[in-house]
Ligand binder design. Structure first.
Ligand code: SF4
Ligand code: SF4
Length: 198
């Protein structure tokens, strides 16, 4: 189509938004707003400098892993804990819900079956978390129907040039900070199967 036959464009009409702020005199004057912006930026700089000089929180980036913060929040989601039954075995029933919900796909579980354990015949033979990819979202904790996995405030001290070193297994997750669900009773198994009585 030649330029001569092309239909004329509709004139551009600037859209007016219902919540468009109206500029006052000082905003339209421009210079005052620049000075106000410089004052805000300078104030933040001086505040941060003051915190840094007096050693208070929030001033500078922490150079992890060379430096670690001492002021993690009380409810920080850090290292995982696998809770134990009274005999020290995992409370986990290897249902795989945590591994399924994990957005980073970093939980690997190999399920085993113990017909002698009437309460929890299914258990994890292998339970591993790859901390090199965990995003500490806590969804695994939320998804667990057994309160078998928790997250402690403690930050795992794992930085390593070797990613394989950052896989933690069942034994460590069970033992590094032993925890139990005291509200969960384990009735004695017939024949006194080990560890089913609190
Ligand atoms: S904290 Fe999030 S990313 Fe880490 S293992 Fe749990 S669900 Fe996966
Ligand atoms: S930790 Fe909880 S959600 Fe994950 S496999 Fe064990 S019982 Fe299931």
């Amino acid at each position: 189509m030649s330029a001569a036959r092309r239909p004329a464009r509709a004139p551009y009409v600037r859209k007016a938004y219902w919540n468009e702020p109206a500029m006052g005199f000082w905003e339209r004057a421009y210079l005052f707003e620049i000075l106000r912006g410089l004052a805000i930026t300078g104030g933040v700089f001086l505040r941060n400098m003051g915190k840094w000089v007096t050693g208070r929180k929030g001033a500078l980036t922490t150079y992890y892993p060379e430096e670690t913060r001492r002021d993690y929040a009380r409810n920080n989601r850090g290292k995982h804990v696998l809770t134990q039954r009274p005999d020290g075995r995992p409370q986990c029933v290897a249902c795989n819900m945590c591994a399924t919900v994990c957005p980073a796909k970093v939980i690997e579980i190999e399920a085993g079956f113990d017909p002698a354990d009437a309460e929890h015949p299914k258990y994890p033979v292998r339970f591993e978390i790859d901390y090199s990819r965990c995003v500490f979202c806590g969804l695994c904790v939320e998804a667990c129907p057994e309160d078998a996995i928790r997250m402690d405030k403690t930050v795992p001290d794992l930085p390593s040039p070797d990613r394989l070193q950052m896989w933690l297994g069942k034994e460590e997750l069970l033992a590094w900070k032993p925890e139990r669900d005291v509200a969960k009773p384990y009735p004695p198994a017939p024949g006194g199967h080990e560890g089913t009585t609190p």
